[in-house]
Design a protein around this ligand. Structure first.
Ligand code: 1HN
Length: 375
């Protein structure tokens, strides 16, 4: 049975709305509209889809094409004028909201040597993934951190944060990820500027990583009661080493290769309450099977090159390219090299989905687990 015939069959047989217009009904709908009301059966099938139907489309942003535009912003506006000097990535399927995918935002922030962006805080949680340059720093609630290539950094909701680049540093670019569309959809977003514009550095530099960043160890007796991870910076070298060690003893996941989540070392759970992040390693030549999840994903290639097939379409990526996978869309990843590994960083809203009991995952059963490519 063809899909549209089958959908019609389900709608006819299974109690879905199926009301043909009559002149009386059209009059009725107009009268309801004038009362700011409507008949549920005219919208029921749209607002109750059989399964998640994202308005977001899969997209890949090539870093080589974006970089010059990001650098142009450096000359055009100051951090003082802009608050944050950022080029955001807009999903072409979304006109309602500034989102990269689903209810996630992402952008590329650029700062030059000696620049500082003032301190603020908001209900949205933020994260950063460092792409290029030296001397960048961030200060989160008085914990100042130095930022290096492929480091993953948290700015949990409600924490004061500011960024900058040391005088002797170079132009720095990093990816920001925020749940700001989600906070705005929930109408829960507050925003405040720090009264002093710059907050004090209240702890030794990089104290969070020195205190909480040693695998399997924590300072004896240390406790933590906040809703987010006490470890605020996850450095690239130990992350990559962890993947390489796991690779030696595990086949990994058929869907994601050698795949590790960044966790709150105190709880083992996600680093923030709404957003999580992962790093995955694809072995030389690896082609994962297709799966789909309830949740939205923003990826950045941290190492190597390859491609992903998302919703039947191929997207080729190399280092620093960013791409998105909308909720409940089939996706599989391919390492394009036969000799080198490839690493994909990703952040997502799975902690939100899990907290609300909405998370689901499914592997593709047909075609040996690989999507047919759309023509
Ligand atoms: C924000 O606070 C930052 O702190 C970057 O660097 C991007 C986009 C929307 C809302 C807040 C930052 C942001 C943002």
């Amino acid at each position: 049975m063809a899909t549209d015939t089958y959908d019609q069959f389900r709608e006819d047989m299974l109690g879905r709305a199926n009301v043909a217009d009559t002149p009386e009904l059209v009059d009725f709908y107009h009268d309801l509209e004038s009362q700011h009301a409507g008949a549920l059966w005219t919208v029921a099938n749209k607002i109750e889809p059989w399964e998640p139907e994202s308005d977001s489309v899969p997209v890949l942003w090539e870093y080589d094409r974006l970089r010059d535009h990001v650098l142009r912003a450096l000359k055009l506006v100051s951090p003082e004028q802009a608050g944050r000097r950022v080029v955001y990535l807009a999903n072409p399927g979304r006109t309602d909201v500034t989102a990269a995918v689903g209810w996630l935002y992402t952008g590329l922030q650029v700062m030059g040597p000696g620049e500082v962006a003032s301190s603020h805080r908001h209900s949205a949680s933020a994260l950063r993934f460092i792409m290029e340059g030296s001397g960048a720093f961030t200060n989160v609630d008085g914990h100042k951190m130095t930022l290096g290539r492929n480091d993953f950094v948290l700015t949990p909701n409600g924490t004061w944060h500011e960024h900058g680049v040391a005088e002797d540093g170079s132009v720095c670019i990093w990816q920001d990820g925020l749940d700001i569309p989600l906070m705005n959809a929930l109408e829960a977003n507050f925003y405040e500027v720090h009264p002093d514009l710059q907050q004090a550095v209240s702890f030794p530099i990089d104290d969070s990583t020195s205190t909480w960043g040693s695998p399997g160890l924590k300072p004896a007796g240390e406790t933590w009661s906040k809703r987010y991870s006490p470890l605020l910076k996850y450095e690239w070298e130990p992350t990559y080493e962890a993947l390489c060690r796991l690779e030696k003893v595990s086949d990994g996941s058929p869907y994601d290769g050698i795949h590790m989540d960044y966790v709150n070392p105190f709880t083992g759970g996600p680093p923030m309450s709404t957003m999580g992040a992962s790093m995955q390693l694809l072995r030389p030549g690896e082609h994962t099977k297709a799966h789909r999840e309830v949740g939205s994903f923003v990826y950045q290639c941290a190492k190597g090159h390859g491609h992903s097939i998302i919703g039947g379409k191929r997207f080729d990526w190399k280092e620093k390219d960013i791409f998105v996978v909308p909720s409940w869309m089939w996706h599989e990843h391919v390492n394009g090299s036969g000799s080198e590994d490839a690493c994909l960083f990703s952040f997502h809203d799975l902690p939100t989905m899990r907290a609300l009991g909405l998370y689901r995952v499914e592997g593709l059963a047909e075609n040996d687990g690989y999507q047919p490519l759309a023509s």
